[in-house]
Design a protein around this ligand. Structure first.
Ligand code: ADP
Ligand code: MG
Ligand code: MG
Length: 197
């Protein structure tokens, strides 16, 4: 079972990392997109920090739902609705099953991303980070090294979804920014100890 306090710690760390990596994430997006991914995520992170400071959460569903709403309304771009869907679907999964296992929670998030963005594995998007991470969580084998490895693995892929797909072959050789921000999500998840519960 995932405790709400642990999930709150996870989100606090994620917010911190997004703010810390704002320039880096936008640099990644400058290479294959429009250079705003770090700014988009940092704007969401700042708004989320304010939102989460407003009340004490006593259940996972409300925490995840509020996070999703902030992502949708504040992040913008392609990634805002995608992260928003992920958190809103995770909130629903936590509501349906209060004892939800982490892998199932994340799978619901991924389903939300794919339902909205229609990207499959291998199209150079955040989906390429979420899929192997969830598999590792299922097998209790996720490490920060693996999270980073999956981010790196987006480099040789040719983008066929999102803004980077406009570049065609020229998208090859660059890390996908959304996979990198998702990498921060999963590394902070490990750091907060969400996977240990
Ligand atoms: P925008 O491209 O609108 O400027 P961002 O720069 O914030 O939005 O986000 C770009 C990231 O969004 C990409 O790096 C990719 O990971 C993700 N992305 C874009 N389109 C999709 C999609 N259809 N499915 C999944 N992820 C996507
Ligand atoms: Mg962008
Ligand atoms: Mg943009």
């Amino acid at each position: 079972m995932i405790k709400v306090e642990t999930a709150k710690k996870w989100l606090d760390l994620f917010i911190e990392q997004l703010l810390e990596n704002k320039v880096y994430l936008s640099e990644l997006d400058t290479a294959i997109g429009d250079g705003d991914h770090g700014n988009n995520m940092a704007r969401g992170a700042t708004a989320l920090k304010e939102k989460l400071a407003e009340k004490e959460y006593d259940n996972l569903t409300d925490l995840l739902k509020d996070t999703g709403m902030v992502m949708v309304s504040k992040v913008g771009g392609a990634s805002g609705p995608l992260y928003g869907s992920a958190f809103i679907e995770m909130a629903k999964a936590a509501k349906n099953d209060e004892q939800v296992a982490l892998a199932d929670l994340l799978q619901a998030g991924l389903d939300g991303i794919q339902k909205r963005g229609k990207a499959a594995q291998g199209e150079k998007t955040m989906v390429d980070e979420w899929i192997p991470v969830i598999e590792d969580v299922q097998n209790n084998q996720l490490t920060t090294e693996k999270v980073d490895e999956y981010v790196e693995k987006t480099k040789p892929i040719k983008a066929t979804k999102g803004r980077a797909s406009y570049l065609g072959e020229r998208s090859i050789g660059h890390i996908d920014p959304g996979a990198a921000s998702s990498g921060l999500l999963f590394k902070t998840m490990l750091k907060a100890g969400v996977a240990d519960e």
